[in-house]
Design a protein around this ligand. Sequence first.
Ligand code: SME
Length: 160
Amino acid sequence: MQPMNPIVPNTDKAEKYKLLLKQAEGLISSESDLIANMANLTALLKDTFNWFWIGFYRVDTESNQLILAPFQGPLACTRINYGKGVCGEVWQSGETQIVDDVNAHPNHIACSSLSQSEIVVPVKNKDDEIIAVLDIDSDKLATFDEVDAEYLEQLVELLK
Ligand code: SME
Protein backbone atom coordinates (compact mmCIF):
# COMPACT_ATOMS: atom_id res chain seq x y z
CA MET A 1 0.00 0.00 0.00
CA GLN A 2 1.25 3.50 -0.81
CA PRO A 3 1.93 5.77 2.17
CA MET A 4 -0.65 8.53 2.36
CA ASN A 5 0.73 11.82 1.12
CA PRO A 6 3.78 12.03 3.40
CA ILE A 7 4.78 15.63 4.07
CA VAL A 8 8.56 15.63 3.91
CA PRO A 9 9.98 18.96 5.06
CA ASN A 10 12.77 20.38 2.94
CA THR A 11 15.28 20.07 5.77
CA ASP A 12 18.25 20.82 3.58
CA LYS A 13 16.86 24.24 2.71
CA ALA A 14 15.75 24.89 6.29
CA GLU A 15 19.23 24.01 7.57
CA LYS A 16 20.79 26.48 5.14
CA TYR A 17 18.41 29.18 6.33
CA LYS A 18 19.20 28.45 9.99
CA LEU A 19 22.92 28.89 9.39
CA LEU A 20 22.29 32.00 7.31
CA LEU A 21 20.15 33.50 10.09
CA LYS A 22 22.96 32.99 12.61
CA GLN A 23 25.45 34.69 10.30
CA ALA A 24 23.03 37.54 9.64
CA GLU A 25 22.35 38.04 13.36
CA GLY A 26 26.09 38.37 13.96
CA LEU A 27 26.52 40.87 11.15
CA ILE A 28 23.50 43.01 11.92
CA SER A 29 24.00 43.15 15.70
CA SER A 30 27.29 44.96 15.15
CA GLU A 31 26.07 47.42 12.49
CA SER A 32 23.18 49.88 12.65
CA ASP A 33 23.24 51.19 9.08
CA LEU A 34 20.24 49.88 7.14
CA ILE A 35 21.86 50.02 3.69
CA ALA A 36 25.01 48.24 4.85
CA ASN A 37 22.89 45.51 6.45
CA MET A 38 20.69 45.14 3.37
CA ALA A 39 23.82 44.85 1.24
CA ASN A 40 25.28 42.08 3.39
CA LEU A 41 21.96 40.22 3.53
CA THR A 42 21.78 40.08 -0.26
CA ALA A 43 25.37 38.82 -0.36
CA LEU A 44 24.63 36.13 2.22
CA LEU A 45 21.54 34.99 0.32
CA LYS A 46 23.42 34.96 -2.99
CA ASP A 47 26.29 32.94 -1.47
CA THR A 48 23.92 30.47 0.13
CA PHE A 49 21.33 29.93 -2.60
CA ASN A 50 22.75 31.53 -5.76
CA TRP A 51 19.33 32.63 -6.97
CA PHE A 52 19.13 34.73 -10.14
CA TRP A 53 18.35 38.09 -8.51
CA ILE A 54 18.16 39.10 -4.86
CA GLY A 55 17.54 42.65 -3.79
CA PHE A 56 15.74 45.29 -1.81
CA TYR A 57 13.51 48.12 -2.97
CA ARG A 58 13.04 50.93 -0.43
CA VAL A 59 9.87 52.93 0.04
CA ASP A 60 10.43 56.55 -0.99
CA THR A 61 7.67 58.62 0.60
CA GLU A 62 8.49 61.69 -1.49
CA SER A 63 7.88 60.08 -4.88
CA ASN A 64 5.54 57.40 -3.46
CA GLN A 65 7.61 54.78 -5.28
CA LEU A 66 9.85 51.87 -4.44
CA ILE A 67 13.45 52.66 -5.35
CA LEU A 68 16.13 50.07 -6.07
CA ALA A 69 18.42 49.42 -3.09
CA PRO A 70 21.26 46.90 -2.46
CA PHE A 71 21.03 43.85 -4.70
CA GLN A 72 22.97 40.96 -6.20
CA GLY A 73 22.37 40.02 -9.82
CA PRO A 74 21.85 41.68 -13.18
CA LEU A 75 20.69 45.29 -13.68
CA ALA A 76 17.12 45.91 -12.56
CA CYS A 77 14.27 48.42 -12.83
CA THR A 78 15.00 51.38 -10.54
CA ARG A 79 11.49 52.60 -9.62
CA ILE A 80 8.21 50.76 -9.02
CA ASN A 81 4.87 52.48 -8.41
CA TYR A 82 2.55 51.69 -5.49
CA GLY A 83 0.51 48.58 -6.32
CA LYS A 84 2.49 47.85 -9.48
CA GLY A 85 4.37 44.60 -10.00
CA VAL A 86 4.64 41.96 -7.31
CA CYS A 87 6.81 44.36 -5.29
CA GLY A 88 4.18 47.10 -5.43
CA GLU A 89 1.45 44.62 -4.48
CA VAL A 90 3.41 43.51 -1.42
CA TRP A 91 4.04 47.14 -0.44
CA GLN A 92 0.26 47.62 -0.66
CA SER A 93 -0.83 44.41 1.11
CA GLY A 94 1.97 44.04 3.66
CA GLU A 95 1.91 40.28 3.02
CA THR A 96 4.59 38.02 1.54
CA GLN A 97 3.77 36.87 -1.96
CA ILE A 98 5.02 33.77 -3.79
CA VAL A 99 4.64 33.66 -7.58
CA ASP A 100 5.30 30.24 -9.14
CA ASP A 101 5.17 31.48 -12.73
CA VAL A 102 5.75 35.18 -13.29
CA ASN A 103 4.48 34.98 -16.87
CA ALA A 104 1.08 33.92 -15.54
CA HIS A 105 0.94 36.87 -13.10
CA PRO A 106 -0.57 39.78 -15.05
CA ASN A 107 0.72 42.57 -12.80
CA HIS A 108 4.30 41.25 -12.75
CA ILE A 109 7.07 43.63 -13.89
CA ALA A 110 9.69 41.80 -15.95
CA CYS A 111 13.08 43.38 -15.26
CA SER A 112 14.61 40.32 -16.96
CA SER A 113 13.02 37.81 -19.31
CA LEU A 114 15.07 35.10 -17.56
CA SER A 115 13.09 35.46 -14.35
CA GLN A 116 10.53 32.64 -13.96
CA SER A 117 9.34 32.68 -10.35
CA GLU A 118 9.69 35.01 -7.41
CA ILE A 119 9.03 35.72 -3.76
CA VAL A 120 8.58 39.19 -2.30
CA VAL A 121 8.68 39.83 1.46
CA PRO A 122 7.71 43.11 3.15
CA VAL A 123 10.32 44.76 5.36
CA LYS A 124 8.83 46.59 8.35
CA ASN A 125 10.26 48.96 10.93
CA LYS A 126 9.68 48.85 14.69
CA ASP A 127 6.38 50.72 14.20
CA ASP A 128 5.26 48.02 11.75
CA GLU A 129 5.39 50.42 8.79
CA ILE A 130 6.62 49.00 5.49
CA ILE A 131 9.96 50.59 4.68
CA ALA A 132 11.11 48.23 1.90
CA VAL A 133 10.52 44.91 0.19
CA LEU A 134 12.92 42.03 -0.35
CA ASP A 135 12.49 40.64 -3.86
CA ILE A 136 14.03 37.34 -4.94
CA ASP A 137 13.81 36.03 -8.49
CA SER A 138 14.63 32.57 -9.79
CA ASP A 139 15.31 31.53 -13.36
CA LYS A 140 13.32 28.34 -12.68
CA LEU A 141 9.57 27.93 -12.18
CA ALA A 142 8.05 27.43 -8.71
CA THR A 143 11.29 27.83 -6.77
CA PHE A 144 9.83 29.29 -3.57
CA ASP A 145 7.48 27.86 -0.95
CA GLU A 146 6.33 28.42 2.63
CA VAL A 147 9.75 27.42 4.00
CA ASP A 148 11.32 30.32 2.11
CA ALA A 149 8.56 32.67 3.23
CA GLU A 150 8.98 31.71 6.87
CA TYR A 151 12.76 32.11 6.99
CA LEU A 152 12.95 35.20 4.80
CA GLU A 153 10.40 36.88 7.07
CA GLN A 154 12.61 36.03 10.05
CA LEU A 155 15.61 37.38 8.18
CA VAL A 156 14.09 40.78 7.41
CA GLU A 157 12.90 41.06 11.05
CA LEU A 158 16.59 41.49 11.88
CA LEU A 159 16.53 44.83 10.04
CA LYS A 160 14.09 46.31 12.59
N1 SME B 1 9.48 41.42 -10.73
C1 SME B 1 9.33 42.52 -9.82
C2 SME B 1 10.12 43.71 -10.28
C3 SME B 1 11.50 43.75 -9.75
S1 SME B 1 12.59 42.81 -10.59
O1 SME B 1 12.14 41.46 -10.76
C4 SME B 1 14.12 42.84 -9.92
C5 SME B 1 7.87 42.89 -9.71
O2 SME B 1 7.02 42.36 -10.43
O3 SME B 1 7.56 43.73 -8.87
